[in-house]
Design a protein around this ligand. Structure first.
Ligand code: C5P
Length: 230
């Protein structure tokens, strides 16, 4: 079954723990730059002590030596999954994969804040087709030895066709029908993302900002389960 990863997009470890006290069924959490910069590795320890699988989403994009050091540190901290930018290139990705031990590394393809024009400007081409760029980077990540990729809901089906059945596809921008999109432009329902091939759904504000986070978490879980039975 696809996993639901709760994005701990809050300011402090204490807030994160209070949220998790209200989410007894949560199995995965995402720690990003915001809370990691404030709390450091001690937070990871507290989360793994609670039996949670941690996705450390720091999107490393650096030279091989530095990325390898970060990957090793994440592995020592007991991180289950971590992200590295596919744009770093094959050498970085292969070195990171070789250093990962039991930590699953996933490659960031194209950030969801890009549109065709802004990504074209970054890589110096006007004629980019976003879906193809994402699939190309996903393929590079997986052929370099990574466990999977991160992509937007718009590209999941295309990426799944490109990389085959086994690799993980981690998908943010998940909204139930009727949820507010906030700043996410490219969203999908849990059902849509899973039926297109997602293995992990990253959900932030729909759960974190809810009056009853557990109720939303369980609704999303039910939707994922129903999709798998269908
Ligand atoms: O609140 P929301 O559900 O939109 O949060 C989505 C989470 O996924 C945030 O932590 C955001 O940083 C992350 N993310 C994203 N787009 C990406 C990669 C990660 O929204 N391409």
């Amino acid at each position: 079954m696809a996993e639901i990863i709760v994005a701990l997009d809050v300011n402090t470890g204490a807030e994160a723990i209070r949220l998790l006290d209200r989410l007894p069924e949560a199995r995965w959490v995402k720690v990003g730059s915001r809370i990691m910069t404030r709390e450091g590795g001690g937070l990871i320890q507290r989360l793994t002590d609670r039996g949670l699988a941690v996705f450390l989403d720091l999107k490393w994009h650096d030279i091989p030596h530095t990325v390898v050091g970060a990957v090793e540190a994440a592995h020592e901290l007991g991180v289950a999954m971590a992200s590295v930018h596919a744009l770093g290139g094959g050498e970085v990705l292969a070195a990171a994969a070789a250093a990962a031990g039991g930590t699953a590394l996933v490659g960031i393809t194209v950030l969801t804040c890009h549109d065709q024009a802004s990504f074209g400007a970054v890589i110096g081409r006007r004629d980019v087709v976003m879906r193809d760029e994402v699939a190309r980077l996903a393929s590079l990540a997986v052929s370099s030895g990574l466990s999977g990729v991160v992509c937007s809901p718009m590209e999941v089906g295309h990426v799944r066709t490109e990389i085959g059945r086994a690799p993980w596809i981690v998908v943010p921008g998940i909204r139930r029908a009727g949820d507010r999109r906030e700043d996410q432009r490219r969203v999908a329902t849990p059902r849509q993302a899973v039926s297109d091939g997602a293995t992990h759904l990253v959900v932030g504000r729909p759960i974190v900002s809810a009056r009853d986070p557990r109720k939303v978490f369980l609704q999303i879980r039910d939707e994922v389960e129903a999709c798998i039975r269908a």
